[in-house]
Design a protein around this ligand. Structure first.
Ligand SMILES: Cc1ncc(COP(=O)(O)O)c(C=O)c1O
Length: 394
């Protein structure tokens, strides 16, 4: 065994000892509501396919047609020969949806945050190390981008605009470029940042506001536009409510041009493949007209929250289609996930370091593919005598 392998093995063993070791499980899906594992079908409460578009015929047909027409790969990065004709109309549609002057599509949402933030926070270009104010619970990909840029983050308390204001105040008069980074809907909590207050602070302190709109685009906001209208730069993904794959930045033309010239994720990575672009294009056509589905999903989430809270579960500050049940220890989260699985319901446990220590949870996500009876079944299992928080407290 090479020396490094011993260290990797020790890491894995220590993770296992804390109940935090992860592993991959093969599953299958034939439609958006359920997931197949082994020889059993489960109702899937752990999918980000909020509008059920993964299996939508319009998306599938266009993906297939574009594979036929353009091939299954794009052959090169966009700056070489991968910038196929479909990119320009897609980016125009996306800019319209996000109400921004321009947009730029690249690989996954993770890559977009990692690579675009590295470029946006580049101190060599900005002339000084930027002051980056960031919500404490921002997604790992945002931290990754800050780290890649060598930018120290000044963390404010989760969704706490007053704390952000206090921290900004400490740097009043400091003429280094300022940035505020936040998610709109937080991926593990389903709560929403106080974006109006944050945007006001951004303007007052001449800070650039960057909002990761991954879990709002398509499912929240006017016509599914998300919640980033007040952001200077919106980042997002096509892999959640838009059903497919890929990441994007919606911004000014200048920021778009800058990223084409400075963002490693654009310059050194092969352009998205045509079938993926076909699915994105079709999703952008139909998502603005899906108000009924958005209202339906909101109703399901509300039905679940009301039932779960009445039964004594801690659903945090969720107000969206994402609802956590905070259980505390990894063991408790794993046990509850297992109990639901026995009943034919799939809700993955989420453990540190994805969430802060002591807040291991189930993260439930409701989608247009679910039925009201699915929610009721979930509540029924959670209310079972030996499962409910009241029973456990006795
Ligand atoms: C807030 C946030 N940003 C970015 C990402 C990454 O997006 P993608 O899955 O497209 O890489 C995720 C998904 O996990 C997310 O929750």
């Amino acid at each position: 065994m090479v020396v490094s392998e011993r260290h990797y093995r020790a890491f894995l063993d220590s993770r296992a000892g804390e109940g935090l070791r992860r592993s991959l499980l093969a599953v299958a899906a034939r439609e958006a509501r359920t997931i197949l594992s082994g020889d059993r079908s489960y109702i899937n409460f752990s999918s980000n396919d909020y509008l059920g578009l993964r299996f939508n015929e319009t998306l599938i047909d266009r993906a297939a047609a574009w594979a036929e027409a353009w091939g299954v790969g794009s052959g090169a990065s966009r700056l070489v020969t991968g910038n196929l004709d479909p990119f320009a109309p897609i980016e125009a549609k996306l800019a319209r949806l996000k109400a921004k002057p321009a947009s730029l599509v690249m690989a996954s949402g993770f890559q977009t945050n990692a690579a675009a933030l590295q470029a946006i926070l580049d101190k060599a270009v900005l002339g000084a190390e930027p002051l980056v104010f960031a919500d404490r619970l921002n997604h790992a990909s945002m931290h990754f981008g800050c780290q890649a840029a060598g930018a120290r983050q000044i963390r404010y308390r989760h969704c706490d605009a007053a704390h952000l204001g206090e921290l900004l105040g400490r740097y009043r008069g400091d003429d280094r470029p300022k940035f505020i980074l936040t998610e709109s809907v937080f991926s593990m909590d389903g709560d929403v940042a106080p974006l109006g207050d944050i945007a006001r602070l951004a303007r007052a302190h001449e800070a650039c506001l960057i909002v990761d709109d991954a879990h709002a685009t398509g499912i929240l906001g006017e016509g599914g536009s998300g919640l980033s209208s007040e952001a200077d730069i919106a980042i997002g993904t096509f892999s959640k409510a838009l059903g497919g794959f890929g990441g994007f930045v919606a911004s000014s033309e200048t920021v778009r041009d800058y990223l084409i010239n400075r963002c490693a994720g654009v310059i050194y990575s092969t352009a998205l493949p045509p079938p993926v672009l076909g699915a994105i294009d079709a999703a952008l056509d139909i998502v603005p007209g899906m108000n009924a589905e958005r209202a339906y999903v909101a109703g399901l989430a509300e039905r679940f929250r009301a039932g779960a809270r009445a039964a004594g579960w801690d659903t945090g500050l969720s107000t969206t289609q994402i609802v956590p049940i905070v259980l505390g220890t990894p063991e408790a989260a794993i046990a509850m996930s297992g109990r639901l699985r026995q009943a034919g319901l799939w809700a993955s446990s989420i453990r540190p370091p994805t969430v802060p220590p002591g807040t291991a949870r189930l993260r439930l996500a409701f989608t247009a593919a679910h039925q009201e009876a699915d929610i009721d079944r979930l509540l029924e299992i959670l209310a079972a005598k030996d499962a409910s928080p009241r029973a456990r407290a006795v």
